[in-house]
Write a protein of this length. Structure first.
Lengths: 478, 100
């Protein structure tokens, strides 16, 4: 028996992130409470190093490793870059918050990095088993992160709800994998692809269960019920991070499984996903109208955006893939930015997470109010921001693929969404600031805000370099 | 020898029993037990298919699932214990601060 050759260079970025997580956790255990600031520098450094390696590993040909389970191609590279940008911004957002609320610093960053590792693995999986491992590596740290303020009753409750429903959804995903394995004779996505067109009942049942499992993670209606509660209860930077990273991971998986492996069965799942996307857009945007809590509002907004992103999947073509990837990047920037603005404020040492806490912000800090307005305009999808272009690309991909009804619903719900996003912006320009709301930001949050607002503006006005890069990526796919 | 479809049927039944348990029971620990039952019914499905298709992959998958289930036990029990310390109950109907 000969041992198979293993090229560790191909998983170097994943190894760096994993090593960073272990290092941060061990080092954090030996540092006295006042001197844990070094841990965020270590985490940020590990992420930047991994980002550099991902970009340096660029090669024309797709490279398989570990028994064709792990695949590094252009799509892997682009999605991993997005994952690492999200993780870096999350470290920046968490910097001062973790310190002032006395969370366990070492554990916090170790979990954050592990979760990013899971999303990177999902982006690189060429096998349903690795996809499952990536999904769990992504989710399990997020359950702990949601409950990391462990003496706070709301954080505990968020952790428990996320854990129970997350584990529940995992079993559906896994049962789907088992049935697809039984039908195709392999968990390898390339082998599954060759059987996808046959449409055996076992395969269809497996695909259905897989959709339920991924739908939970991507907060697609009707599998979204956990999201608003968990987003409201978790600590603010954790909410920001998980509302983005879970979505990037889940949509990476949906692209890999549906658009690429199951492309032969697109007729069967296309209509089902189109219906889910319509439901998600309607429920997310309408429920967001009723919210007064910013975290909850952004939670429903994240559900609504999952619906918009799903339109690109429904299109099931190259334009759809590049539109989804671009949307994920833009969604990450604008959502993390909006959470960053909320992190700059505090109400009597607590999170200032009510919309009314923003009243009069424009008078006290025009820059901060301007940034928040920018993010809200972008989330609502108005020009000249990146949010407009992201929606435009997704809609045009779906129109080309012949789903006009979905696009009409999307446009109508976009108009509805403008009401609640702009209400937040409007609140900042009227009324008197509440005296108990104080500024609590620092250099790290400010850095995150500068990066995200610059990103939203630049991608909105000069998108060409990024969209060209993503288009090349989509064209390189088979 | 018992035919493979029998195993697939019993695992589907176990999965459904687990699912009903999650939806009906209100104690977080019992819900968690039901989830474990669902995971193990999936294991049975994997092994049955591995036998039917003579593919070793299905048996390898079971090991991954067992590891993941163990990790979920650690995390889940930690969260449930934290809840119990603060509230002296693990009934999910009593854990309801977050509503909207």
């Amino acid at each position: 028996m000969s041992l198979p050759p293993v090229d560790l260079r191909l998983i170097l970025p994943e190894m760096i992130v994993a090593a960073g997580a272990v290092l941060v956790m061990l080092w954090g255990a030996f540092l006295p409470p006042g001197r844990q600031r070094v841990l965020r520098w270590v985490s940020a450094f590990a992420i930047i190093l991994a980002l550099g390696v991902v970009l340096a590993l660029q090669s024309g040909e797709p490279a398989f490793s570990f028994g064709a389970m792990h695949l590094r191609d252009a799509l892997t590279q682009t999605l991993q870059v997005i994952v690492l940008i999200v993780a870096l911004l999350a470290v920046l957002l968490s910097g001062e918050y973790v310190e002032r609320t006395h969370l366990e610093t070492g554990e916090y960053y170790a979990l954050l990095l592990s979760s990013a590792l899971g999303a990177m693995l999902m982006a690189a999986s060429a096998d349903l088993l690795l996809l499952f491992l990536g999904l769990e590596t992504l989710s399990i740290p997020l359950y702990v992160l949601a409950a990391i303020a462990r003496r706070d009753l709301r954080s505990q409750e968020a952790g428990m709800k996320y854990f129970l429903l997350g584990a529940f959804s995992t079993t559906f995903f896994l049962y789907g994998v088992a049935l697809i394995f039984g039908s195709a004779g392999s968990t390898n996505l390339a082998r599954v692809a060759s059987q996808a067109g046959a449409g055996s009942p076992l395969m269809l049942a497996g695909i259905g269960l897989l959709t339920i499992g991924l739908g939970f993670k991507a907060t697609i209606v009707p599998f979204h019920s956990w999201a608003p509660d968990v987003y409201e209860g978790a600590p603010l930077p954790v909410t920001a991070y998980m509302s983005v990273i879970a979505k990037v991971g889940a949509f990476a998986a949906i692209i890999r499984v549906f658009v690429i492996a199951l492309s032969a069965g697109a007729v069967q799942w296309g209509a089902a996903l189109a219906a889910l996307s319509v439901l998600t857009m309607i429920l997310g945007n309408v429920a967001a109208l009723l919210q007064n809590n910013l975290k909850r509002l952004l939670g429903y907004s994240s559900i609504a955006h999952a619906g918009f992103i799903l339109i690109g999947i429904v299109a099931a073509n190259r334009a759809g893939i590049s539109a989804v990837v671009f949307y994920l990047l833009v969604y990450a920037l604008m959502t993390l930015g909006a959470f960053g603005v909320v992190l700059m404020l505090e109400r009597r040492g607590e999170e200032a997470d009510e919309i009314s806490d923003l009243a009069g912000l424009a008078g006290r800090s025009p820059l901060l109010a301007g940034a928040m307005t920018l993010f809200m305009v972008s989330l609502a999808g108005l020009p000249p921001t990146a949010g407009f272009l992201a929606k435009f690309y997704v809609f045009s991909a779906a129109l080309d693929a012949g789903y006009p009804v979905v696009v009409i619903v999307a446009v109508v719900t976009t108009v509805v969404s403008a009401y609640f996003y702009l209400r937040v912006a409007y609140t900042m320009f009227i009324g008197q600031p509440a005296p108990e709301v104080k500024f609590a930001g620092g250099r790290w949050v400010s850095a995150a805000l500068i990066v995200t607002s610059a990103g939203v503006l630049v991608l909105g006005i000069f998108p060409a370099p990024v969209t060209n890069f993503i288009e090349q990526m989509a064209n390189a796919l088979k | 020898m018992i035919p493979v479809p029998y195993y697939l049927t019993i695992s589907a039944v176990l999965f459904t029993v687990g699912m009903a348990g999650v939806l009906v029971r209100r104690n977080a620990l019992v819900i968690f037990m039901a989830i474990e039952l669902m995971l193990n019914s999936v294991n049975l499905t994997f092994v049955a298919f591995a036998r039917q298709l003579a593919a070793i992959e299905g048996q390898v998958a079971v090991f991954f699932v067992i590891v993941i289930a163990a990790v979920e036990v650690v995390v889940g029990l930690a969260i449930i214990i934290a809840i119990f310390r603060a509230r002296s109950t693990v009934d999910i109907d009593d854990v309801d601060l977050l509503r909207g």
